[in-house]
Design a protein around this ligand. Structure first.
Ligand code: SAM
Length: 196
């Protein structure tokens, strides 16, 4: 069943309220924040703000977590951090606190494409990474390496359009929207075309 159906609750006969699901979590991981130049940090901040807007419009802000939050990001972000989960610890700590030991890491350099089966996992990680300087190719994998060292199983998965990552918008907010659309049952290709 699509997520919306699964979480509908009937109140007073016909009024419909939405109950917060336990899963899945959508996590933006800021572990690599310090590898970015100031302009890139501004772009990450803007894209995460747009990700919050996507979560409000399409999913649940309270199931949106930002991990590895640092002082600089806290000063810049202009987000209602109390409406999401803003987490100053590591992603591994965040997951362990919630009893989650396996995650999907969205990674354009993964070998496998995101499948329907993967959509049943409890948490999805998107790298808080932008690459204006061209020096961050393959850096999403580093997030996975750190998680693995902490004992978390990591499913690295790519989003592809007709088999290729070329043509897939790579902004953090766009990847989030594609993921949410797929969680609601939309095929990958249609979800990608909808955000382009
Ligand atoms: N330069 C980084 C790399 O090569 O790993 C990619 C950074 S991308 C701008 C920001 C984030 O969006 C990534 O960390 C990843 O989580 C997600 N992302 C972007 N394109 C993706 C794709 N085609 N498939 C899966 N995830 C993607």
């Amino acid at each position: 069943p699509c997520l919306v159906e699964k979480f509908k609750v009937v109140v007073d006969g016909d009024e419909i309220a939405r109950r917060l699901p336990d899963y899945p979590w959508i996590i933006v991981d800021l572990m690599l924040w310090d590898k970015h130049i100031p302009k890139e940090k501004d772009k990450i901040t803007l894209q995460v703000r747009e990700t919050y807007a996507v979560m409000r419009r399409m999913y649940y802000p309270r199931k949106f977590a930002i991990t590895w939050i640092n002082e600089e990001y806290k000063k810049k972000n202009k987000l209602p951090l109390e409406k999401i989960v803003s987490y100053e610890g590591t992603t591994a700590e965040f997951l362990k606190e919630r009893g989650i030991n396996r995650v999907v890491l969205l990674d354009p350099n993964a070998d496998e494409a995101l499948s329907e089966k993967d959509l049943e996992e409890k948490a999805f990680i998107i790298g808080g990474i932008v690459d204006m300087k061209g020096d961050k190719k393959g850096t999403t994998a580093k997030i996975g390496e750190v998680l693995k060292k902490e004992g978390i199983e990591v499913l690295r998965r790519k989003i592809v359009l007709r088999g290729d990552v070329i043509g897939v918008p790579d902004r953090i907010n766009h990847i989030t929207e594609i993921l949410i659309r797929m969680l609601y049952g939309e095929p990958m290709e249609r979800a990608i075309l909808a955000v382009q």
